[in-house]
Design a binder for this molecule. Structure first.
Ligand code: F0G
Length: 365
């Protein structure tokens, strides 16, 4: 069966979301590789570091695991239209799965603020692709108004079925590690759904008695798009502090994240932390992951940048086992990579903020 080739639907017993899993809309998502990153481990000051590469999904990001689930529900409920607001990856995934299901899709993206590769995907897969002169948070507002007035199925990560799909990489990871639970899993934070989806996956495995404990899940934001980090620092997580977001890691350029409460709960129940990374730290971490022959998009590289900080703060120790979740493929944003390696990503003042140690490393890469 096609669903048996899907890294999501082979866990269908743990996904009670469609009446008939044989109707699942699948592109053979999931089953993504787990790579070791020995040089990055050394740079971060730990002995054992792996990357679960969710960028190796059919549309090049972790969003596919959620979209196969949610589109299957939309199709089973006979929706004709689906829609999302996106920084580019959700829209690419939605457009692809909608096309497979024979549904029409509408994409709202912030004009000029997403990577070209991602924009091209939603056009290629046939979505009605609309660029709006606003940011991601503005796109969400307009989309919400639209879905309230028309029978359109909403596919942003507030859709609970997406999170059901996005919990399955936790199962896969445990399988790949032969049920040896790592101490830490580190994810990037944008709209803040993914950390909680993975926490749910690990928690379910724990409740089923398959693992003795759950890993600490930490969430890393870009300094310029750090509402969760600020909220925790400034009011202990009581009330979200929205920010005017700006980062070159456009996937996570989000100032008013929908799922911040869920993310906070994931941090608290697993015992992980929230950190932030500067533009320079993100760029350097991305180059380091690239130099291992693995590569990822900028938003994914915050995980390595965050790891370095958590190790420096003593929150992660040398012998603990860490898994970075790389959320998107390096080809998603090739402009960023080329600009960085040509020395054009940062202006002089920004380059001056790269520490001497990092500059040496940079020169060596
Ligand atoms: N990494 C990548 C590559 C992403 O595209 C996103 C989110 C995240 C991390 C953050 O995940 O939102 O669950 O905290 N991208 C969304 C989009 C917002 O529209 O593609 P999150």
């Amino acid at each position: 069966l096609p669903i048996d080739q899907s890294g999501v639907w082979r866990f269908r017993d743990l996904l009670p979301i469609v009446d008939n899993p044989e109707n699942a809309v699948t592109l053979r998502e999931g089953n993504t590789p787990l790579y070791d990153l020995p040089r990055c481990a050394k740079i971060a000051g730990i002995d054992w570091l792996l990357a679960k590469h969710q960028g190796m999904n059919p549309t090049g990001s972790f969003k596919d695991t959620g979209m196969t689930a949610a589109l299957s529900v939309a199709a089973e409920r006979n929706y004709e239209w689906v829609a999302c607001a996106s920084t580019g990856n959700t829209s690419a995934a939605m457009a692809a799965y909608a096309a497979r299901a024979g549904l029409r899709s509408i994409v709202f993206i912030p004009e000029g603020k997403i990577a070209w590769g991602k924009l091209s995907q939603s056009m290629d897969y046939g979505a009605l692709t609309i660029q709006l002169k606003t940011d991601f948070d503005g796109c969400v507002r307009i989309l919400t108004d639209l879905v309230n007035r028309f029978p359109i199925y909403l596919l942003n990560s507030v859709n609970p079925y997406r999170l059901e799909g996005q919990k399955t990489p936790a199962f896969e990871l445990l399988e790949q590690l032969e049920w040896q639970v790592p101490e830490h899993v580190i994810v990037p934070g944008g709209n803040l759904a993914n950390g909680s989806a993975l926490a749910k996956g690990f928690t379910e495995m724990h409740h089923l008695g398959l693992i003795p404990r759950i890993p600490k899940i930490s969430i890393i934001q870009a300094e310029g798009a750090n509402p969760l980090f600020r909220t925790i620092e400034e009011n202990g997580g009581r009330e979200l502090i929205p920010v005017k977001a700006n980062t070159r890691a456009t996937a996570i350029r989000i100032g008013n994240p929908a799922s911040w409460r869920k993310a906070l709960r994931a941090l608290r129940t697993t015992g992980g932390w929230c950190e932030q990374a500067s533009e320079q730290e993100i760029a350097l971490a991305k180059a380091e992951i690239g130099a291992e022959g693995v590569g990822c998009e900028p938003a994914s590289a915050v995980t390595l940048a965050g790891l370095k900080k958590l190790v420096a703060q003593g929150k992660i120790t040398r012998e603990e086992r860490v898994v970075l979740v790389l959320t998107g493929h390096t080809l998603k944003d090739s402009t960023y990579t080329i600009d960085y390696h040509r020395g054009e990503l940062f202006n002089e003042a920004e380059n001056a903020q790269i520490s001497p140690a990092d500059q040496t490393l940079h020169a060596a890469l």
